[in-house]
Design a protein around this ligand. Structure first.
Ligand code: FAD
Ligand code: DLZ
Ligand code: SF4
Length: 515
């Protein structure tokens, strides 16, 4: 009985549920390169190249095991360029008894699969690469353990045994976050990062992307991502040995021109399946147990993966599709063009967008407290800023991007992801980075042409959303300060904000061409 095993571009894991019980004598693995997946948002060119090269390398390694792989390339003249079109053609080619697929990462693709009307049944298997399966998260939600990250995270520590000392947490605390907020000391140089020379397959894909997706955002080269499991494991080893010990201390720091600091750079590999979350957490814990990394670093790192990554996945699958449609703060501004062009005098924004353009990567605090904070304060329409984040990062898939942007950054979900918006003035960015030292604006000036725009935009955001946010107990402090503010000052803030926001050109087309 032949089965057709359909493997998507973010399912490149040998132990994938749809590849379990594969019979090499009869079964066929189907992988398809389709333009629709590169275009449903205008993905960064490096992201497209990364996914396609990793897919081709994965197919090659399956073939080397003697598995029959039917691989449809982007330039195949028969290619219909959609998952649905390609599965329909493949079913005719192979006449399988059934199609087997692991549940996809995105709601829109699940809808697609559920709509397939094929001559054989389709079996959708759970994606067991996550610590917490959808049904388990739903059960935890019912038991009230997913209302906040911290409750969920502690439960996951207990369930997995990661960083446990008997019944309690290793190191006597569940969370070492308060120790993880250092800025980089003056003159501190983060270590150089391992990059990977493009292999022959990547070189071919780079040429293909250059021709077909020339108009998409982002630099295509230099391309330094690993595209195989072996490469991804080397990247993980490099991080654990050279960066993990300082990950905690400098987790929230930013430095102009330093795009990676002590971050792991493994999210693209995790999200397409070249690494598994379990092995990454196990290796980090082993480094701690061997005395090679301190508890604040290892706990902070494991919390991101065992806590946040699983939490956002759970929220996505329990709250969709309604989740994407909420707009708690009624934000409606069109996305400023500077997100695509990087053309701004604000040094922090220009640096984060330049890093994004160069690598299809920016680290967490840049995404949250610079480009995210600005979108929140400017009141950008949630779907527009969500599309930007989904397009520009190599690790972006809707299940992880949406809760982070819609929830954590834009507070559009009314507080499901976080109990208050992460709104901040220029003082925060000044404390955590060196951006302000060489900026056209001054973080200490509150109003006027030299003032840091984050300063008046912060207060303007509080004023505009007073009716909704002043009821939030966690916002009591800033609203107390606002209550003491003279009416004249409020009016000045509103005027400066309006003038600044009105001066920002809006991008009206698709993503702009690279430079
Ligand atoms: P590290 O800082 O080294 O962290 C280790 C790992 O923890 C990451 O690889 C990632 O798997 C996980 N992690 C950390 N924070 C989060 C989080 N908030 N949610 C989920 N996983 C987390 N992450 C994505 O994988 N894809 C996205 O599309 C994405 N979009 C984001 C958008 C915004 C606005 C924000 C604020 C965060 C977003 N994140 C996203 C989370 C986080 O910024 C990235 O996972 C991280 O920057 C990836 O770089 P790294 O591997 O060096 O991470
Ligand atoms: C991101 C992406 C791109 C650019 N291209 C493909 C592709 O050609 N074929 C494929 O199977 N997957 C691709 N992907 C990843 C998919 O978008 C991803 O698997 C779905 O969004 C489900 O998460
Ligand atoms: Fe950013 Fe304001 Fe600092 Fe300039 S002064 S770098 S705009 S925070």
């Amino acid at each position: 009985m032949r089965r057709l095993r359909f493997v998507l571009g973010d399912q490149l894991t040998r132990g994938l549920s749809s590849l379990a019980d594969l019979d090499p004598a009869q079964d066929v693995v189907l992988m398809v390169e389709v333009a629709a997946e590169a275009r449903y948002v205008p993905h960064h060119r490096q992201k497209i190249a990364f996914v396609l090269s990793a897919m081709r390398n994965f197919a090659k390694s399956l073939k080397s095991e003697g598995i029959n792989v039917d691989y449809v390339t982007l330039d195949d003249p028969e290619n219909t360029h959609s998952f649905s079109g390609e599965i329909a053609r493949a079913v005719v080619r192979h006449a399988p008894a059934s199609v087997v697929v692991t549940e996809p990462g995105e709601w829109r693709v699940l809808q697609m699969i559920q709509d397939w009307d094929l001559i054989c049944p389709v079996e959708i298997r759970p994606d067991d690469r996550f610590f917490c399966l959808g049904a388990e998260f739903a059960a935890l939600a019912k038991a009230g353990k997913t209302s906040r990250l911290e409750f969920f995270y502690r439960e996951m520590r207990r369930r997995t045994g990661l960083l446990m000392a008997g019944e309690g947490p290793e190191g006597g605390q569940w969370n070492f976050d308060p120790e993880n907020r250092k800025s980089l000391p003056r003159g501190h140089q983060p270590p150089p990062r391992r990059r990977f020379e493009p292999d022959a397959i990547t070189a071919e894909v780079l040429a293909l992307v250059e021709t077909r997706f020339d108009h998409h955002f982002g630099d295509l080269t230099p391309f330094g991502w690993a595209v195989t499991r072996e490469g991804a494991l080397q990247a993980l080893d490099h991080f654990i040995a050279g960066c993990l010990p300082d990950f905690g201390d400098y987790q929230d720091a930013m430095k102009a021109g330093e795009d990676f600091l002590y971050h792991s750079l493994i999210s693209p590999y995790l999200n397409i399946g070249l690494l598994t979350a379990r092995e990454v957490c196990d290796r980090a814990e082993a480094a701690y147990r061997a005395g090679d990394a301190p508890i604040n670093a290892v706990e902070g790192f494991i919390r991101q993966i065992l806590g946040w990554r699983e939490f956002v996945r759970g929220i996505y699958w329990t709250e969709m599709p309604g989740y994407a449609r909420t707009n708690h703060l009624n934000a409606a501004r069109d996305l400023p063009a500077l997100y695509w062009t990087g053309d701004t005098q604000m040094h922090c924004m220009a640096d984060c967008i330049a890093a994004t353009r160069r690598h299809a990567y920016a680290h967490h605090i840049q995404r949250l407290m610079v480009t995210g904070n600005f979108a929140l304060l400017a009141g950008v329409s949630p779907p527009q800023i969500e599309e930007w984040y989904l397009a520009v990062y190599a690790d972006a898939y809707e299940w992880v991007e949406l809760p982070n942007v819609h929830g954590m950054v834009m507070h559009a979900d009314g507080g499901r992801m976080g109990s208050k918006p992460y709104a901040a003035s220029g003082a925060y960015i000044n404390r955590m980075s060196d951006y302000c030292k060489t900026c056209a604006y001054d973080p200490k000036v509150k109003l006027g042409p030299t003032a840091c725009p984050f300063n008046y935009l912060y207060w303007n955001f509080l004023i505009e959303n007073e009716a909704v946010l002043s009821r939030n107990l966690r916002m009591a402090m800033p609203y107390k300060t606002l209550a003491r503010m003279p009416d004249g000052q409020r009016a000045d803030i509103a005027r400066s904000s309006q003038a600044f926001l009105d001066s920002l050109p809006v991008w009206t087309g698709e993503s702009p061409p690279h430079e």
